[in-house]
Design a protein around this ligand. Sequence first.
Ligand code: XUL
Ligand code: MN
Length: 343
Amino acid sequence: MSQFKFSVGPWNVHTGADSYGPETRQPVDLETKFARFAELGFSAVQFHDDDAVPNMNNMTEEEIKAYAREVKKLLDKYGLKAEFVAPRLWMDEHTKDGGFMSTNAQDREFAMWRAYRSIDIAKELGCDLIVLWLAREGTLCAESKSPVWATRQLVDAINKMLTYDETIRVCIEPKPNEPIDRSICGTIGHVMGISAATIDPKRVGGNLESAHAVLAGLDPANEIGFALAFDKLFTVHLNDQNGIRYDQDKSFGVENLRSAFNQVKVLVENKFWEKGYVGLDVKAMRTTSDEDGYEHLKNSLAIFRALEDKVAKYDYEYANKLIEARKFEHLEMYTMNLLMGLV
Ligand code: XUL
Ligand code: MN
């Protein structure tokens, strides 16, 4: 039995469309997703603002809150919690050039409106976490904005959110590139810098996504550990990624099992179950059928739990003796044998 609670977003069950081709699966309605998530053993759902309240741009603030209250009832029906709400600042006409760092003042206002509405929605859904995946907060043309100005814009935007509501926490999900060419806040280290510069650093932390760390050429377990060292890991997006290319969101552990093991190990060693949910951000392959549209979630959960068992079996006494003697060849092989089921 896992000690952790798991969360997932509605976008993780999707139609299979990509930049080069149309849908390959039927759309699934929100309630059906909730029912399946609960059945698969998830405890919480992650939302973009408009996953919870579609068409929100055309609604009043009161209408948005009322709609969110209905979604909360639907969550309750399936025994699910909401984990976070993330303003979707990359789809709209107003966010062509980013949100908080857009070169256009009206667009920056739009981004703040969505950030405030995300907070309203989160409160109605009963959660206190706002995730900022800063999709377009950077540059397509390097000379188009000053990195100093852009960084300060982000700090200002977060300060406004912290002031708007004194109970919410803001959690940046860093990614070094895609869809932009260069991000302003690309790694967990950047997130720690931003957090320290805000008016309430203890309410500003990070969401480490395994694939995003790999895209930055970094080790996901060490990135998780870095945030944990400052008590600023608010959630995680576990998945996998085959090297530095487009963002793949593969099932957790399918590309690099040893790296996945070390991610689970650092979460277990630091009792992350006391701090947050283990979120999955995984995508089904395009060839996957409707019937198999949840297999990637099942597989990711199964791999996480199997690795949790491996961590439970890990012989720390033996490992520590090897570490003391600097017998790292032996330590490495012990780990590999454990993963291969040979010890
Ligand atoms: C994008 C990504 C997003 C965020 C949520 O790479 O990971 O799905 O997790 O907006
Ligand atoms: Mn993610």
